[in-house]
Ligand binder design. Structure first.
Ligand code: ASP
Length: 317
């Protein structure tokens, strides 16, 4: 199997075989991460810089841990307090960092496309840790690994992605990945939170949770992304919870063994009921966090192998 990418900017450019390659290697890293000694050496000698221009808890911690477990020197740039505040452009910041010879640059940015632009200006591998409403590839990969381990396969599943679809890079990356792996994806949410023209993309769109969740294998909930809303997209959080918040009654429409997912951070009592989120028989939210570290180890390992490989040759694993 090959993985020939130089960067991980999105799910869009990945071939299903490359997705499977990342997930297979991530499975091995899950095993390593469960050992008392969690150290590998795939990134030994390499420098990883994390640049987060937007707040993050899970993703930044996960990338940091992933790099450290594989032996990289990891540096977290405090972008809120950086020269950006003094007026430096994204490209100047990137070129400055590039001159310090990093090998892996992990970037989160509030603007869609910013990470792609940056990748064109530097000569290290760039990983997109979320850009605006565009993509969040490692989230979709960790979700895919969680589903594959829980369901024993990653194809021919009925999957409902629910809530604030239009502001969500998680929904977008998942939609692309799950489609590439031949699953049936449904989008469920109010029309105000659905991207316009989405029906043309071959997905089923539902406004009603009971109908949308009927017989699905996976229920993926999304956070209401208030920071990306500039008007009244929902009447009130109370009303939203009533119609779209996942509780036991709505979940009863899914298959009896359906799993519940959420990328975090969760708004309990808004898009999900706290008891459902904590129900270890249904919720795989903690597994998603665990898979996140393993997937990021795998992605950085594969990109690092390509850094070392002669130009235009992907690695064979
Ligand atoms: N943590 C995810 C993201 O960065 C989901 C969210 O924030 O709701 O997109």
């Amino acid at each position: 199997m090959t993985f020939s990418a130089r960067h991980l900017l999105g799910i869009e450019p990945l071939h299903p075989v490359e997705i499977t390659t990342i997930l297979d290697l991530a499975d091995k890293y899950v095993d390593l991460n469960r050992q008392p000694n969690k150290h590998g050496d795939a990134l030994r000698g390499l420098t990883q810089i994390n640049m987060f221009f937007e707040n993050s808890t899970r993703t930044q911690a996960s990338f940091e841990l992933a790099g450290k477990r594989l032996g990289a020197d990891v540096m977290n740039m405090a972008m809120q307090a950086s020269s950006i505040k003094k007026g430096e452009t994204l490209i100047d910041t990137a070129l400055t960092l590039n001159a310090m010879h990093p090998d892996l640059l992990v970037v989160r940015h509030p603007h869609s496309g910013a990470v792609d632009l940056l990748a064109q200006k530097v000569n290290c591998a760039v990983l997109n840790a979320g850009d605006g409403k565009h993509e969040h590839p490692t989230q979709a990969l960790l979700d895919a690994l969680t589903i594959r381990r829980a369901k024993g396969r990653l194809h021919r599943l009925n999957i409902a992605i629910c809530g604030d679809i239009s502001h969500s890079r998680v929904a977008r990356s998942n939609l692309i990945l799950l489609g590439k792996m031949e699953n049936r994806v449904r989008l469920v949410g109010p029309p105000t939170l659905m991207p316009s023209g989405i029906g043309e993309f071959g997905v089923e769109v539902y406004e009603d949770m009971a109908e949308g969740l009927k017989d699905v294998d996976v229920v993926m909930m999304l956070r209401l992304q208030r920071e990306r809303m500039d008007g009244g997209f929902i009447p009130s959080e109370r009303e939203y919870y009533h119609r779209y918040g996942l509780d036991a009654e709505k979940l009863a429409h899914a298959k009896p063994d359906a799993i519940v997912m959420h990328p975090g951070p969760m708004n309990r009592g808004v898009e999900i009921d706290g008891d459902i989120a904590d129900d270890i028989n249904r919720s795989v939210i903690q597994e998603q966090v665990e898979m996140g570290v393993a997937v990021r180890m795998a992605a950085m390992d594969l990109l690092a192998r390509n850094l070392r490989a002669p130009k235009d040759e992907g690695v064979y694993v």
